[in-house]
Ligand binder design. Structure first.
Ligand code: GBE
Length: 506
């Protein structure tokens, strides 16, 4: 079943793992960071005037939907311990640190009428602490923690969210934009819309598949675009930053030549539904996606496509509304065309509209997360496709990383980072315009419905200890050396008996 090309790639990967590879230099201009997100690390869920968001709501639901009934109530307590977080960023020698803002901490009513000074102080302190040590803040405005009140009003399925979100954005530009030069409007809209509204695997845990995720997608894109233009028109000339969106993007390798179209459809339903409107000349959803959903809708008796249309004004607004394309990439699957993914043709469903199933090969190494297959050549293929499809946009790798069950000797995570960075360098040699690379994550944190059971950190966190003690893993030592030397060295072995040092001279 496998194509020759595929065999050669697989073989190449296996050989790469075992032969001792020569060190490779990273280009001078490539920036390195790590990432976290507000709900996953801050804790302090109801302190100092913060109001309830959709993750607080589901975390407190009975029976609990989250593994081991974990919650983000305390998480890493970064609300209190942010100085330790910045200290770790210094230990690693990061160029930037990516974190997100909690909407309900800054605007407890969800709206601009009340600004919670304690919440603003927290982010000011974090930003100032980073800048004191020459670490650039990279700020995600929305990483999944919608105020519960807005969810009660329909959340991302209500078109009024365009105003709600852009009002919130204008406030954070005003508050923090004098010191923040990298803005990401949204983290992974596909996960917000599909996992949140259609397959019930992220808050708000809705299952309205084939319908709600498309409303969400459209509103979210327009909200993103309006925010981009607010930045452009009101802040860019004085603040001089850069602003974009971050998409999740797996690679889907066709099972064989018969499944090329399936692989393409999957890419369009995952990445294209956002990237195409923003980065192609059309300003609209990918043609193949529009066609598949329209045809299914008609067959099912709808009077119009379940995928809403953009107005001419919205197309103008969305087209070109990103300075860079943020990519969160972790994994690869094999794409297989199956027109009846859910076993039902007749009822509306995102997966049925897409008509593709993905599966992993049994010999692929895996992380602790069920979905995480280690396939570095998929990263290479994804990056070169993005370059070809969208006229080589500037790319920020906003997340890439590996999950384990814990432990300081994380050689599997080190292999992951080395092989994925190797693939990224291959893509850059092909001309892909990658400007920055971000490891997910600085430290273990609240992994959504998996609670604390899956660990992505360069630093291990002892969630039972009062100080949420953070300890560098072997991968932290490796990342530090990589950043210090700007070299991908496949054989460097750190001395973990030595504590991490701070070498920024400050
Ligand atoms: C990111 O999402 C998030 O931005 C970050 O917050 C999170 O902690 C990190 O990755 C690690 O997960 O049946 O294959 O669709 C797969 C990563 C669920 C992208 C989980 C959806 C990973 C895509 C279930 N995945 N996610 S299925």
């Amino acid at each position: 079943m496998l194509t020759l090309k595929f065999l050669v790639l697989t073989l190449g990967f296996v050989l790469n793992c075992h032969a001792q590879k020569e060190p490779r230099k990273f280009p001078e201009h490539l920036l390195f960071g790590t990432a976290t997100a507000s709900y996953q690390i801050e804790g302090a869920w109801n302190e100092d005037g913060k109001s309830e968001n959709i993750w607080d709501r589901i975390a407190h639901q009975v029976p609990c939907p989250i593994k081991n009934c974990d919650t983000g109530d305390d998480a890493n307590q970064s609300y209190r311990l942010y100085k330790r977080d910045v200290e770790m960023a210094r230990e690693l020698g990061l160029d930037f640190y990516r974190f997100s803002l909690s909407w309900s901490r800054i605007l407890p009513t969800s709206f601009p009428d009340v600004i919670n000074q304690a919440g603003v102080d927290y982010y000011n302190n974090l930003i100032d602490e980073l800048r004191k040590y020459n670490i650039e803040p990279m700020v995600t405005i929305y990483h999944w923690d919608l105020p519960q009140k807005l969810q009660d009003l329909g959340g991302w399925s209500n078109p009024h969210i365009v105003d709600w979100f852009s009002d919130y954005s204008r406030i954070v530009f005003k508050l923090f934009g004098d010191r923040v030069k990298y803005w990401i409007t949204m983290n992974e809209p596909r996960e917000v819309c599909v996992q949140g509204y259609s397959d019930g695997s992220l808050a708000p845990l809705l299952n309205i598949t084939g319908y709600a995720e498309y409303l969400c997608t459209k509103n979210l894109l327009v909200a993103h675009a309006k925010t981009y233009h607010i930045y452009n028109d009101e802040f860019r000339s004085t603040q001089g930053g850069t602003i974009g969106i971050t998409l999740s993007a797996k690679w889907y390798e066709p099972e064989n030549d018969d499944h090329m179209e399936a692989s393409e459809d999957h890419y369009q339903f995952e990445v294209g539904q956002y990237a195409y409107p923003i980065f192609s000349k059309t300003g609209d959803f990918p043609p193949s996606m529009k066609k598949r959903i329209a045809e299914n809708s008609e067959k099912q008796g709808f009077f119009r496509s379940r995928l809403p249309e953009f107005t001419a004004d919205e197309i103008e607004l969305v087209r070109g509304s990103s300075d860079f394309l943020g990519i969160n990439h972790y994994t690869t699957l094999i794409a297989y065309r199956n027109e009846s993914v859910d076993g039902v043709y007749d009822s509306p469903s995102y997966r049925h509209d897409m008509g593709v199933i993905g599966y992993a090969l049994s010999d692929w190494p895996k992380g602790a997360s069920s979905w995480l297959n280690v396939v570095p050549w998929g990263f290479y293929k994804l990056l070169t496709k993005i370059k070809d499809d969208f006229d080589n946009p500037p790319v920020i790798i906003a997340e890439n990383g590996f999950s384990s069950q814990g432990g300081l000797n994380d050689d599997d995570r080190i292999d992951y980072y080395r092989s994925y960075l190797d693939a990224m360098l291959d893509a850059m040699e092909e001309g892909c315009d990658v400007r920055a690379y971000t490891a997910w994550s600085l430290m273990d944190n609240f992994e959504w419905l998996e609670g604390y059971s899956e660990r992505f950190g360069l630093y291990e966190v002892d969630f039972k200890s009062p100080e949420k003690t953070r300890t560098p893993r072997k991968s932290a030592y490796i990342y530090k050396e990589m950043l210090r030397t700007r070299t991908l060295d496949f054989s460097y072995e750190p001395d973990m008996t030595k504590p991490m040092t701070i070498d920024d001279g400050l």
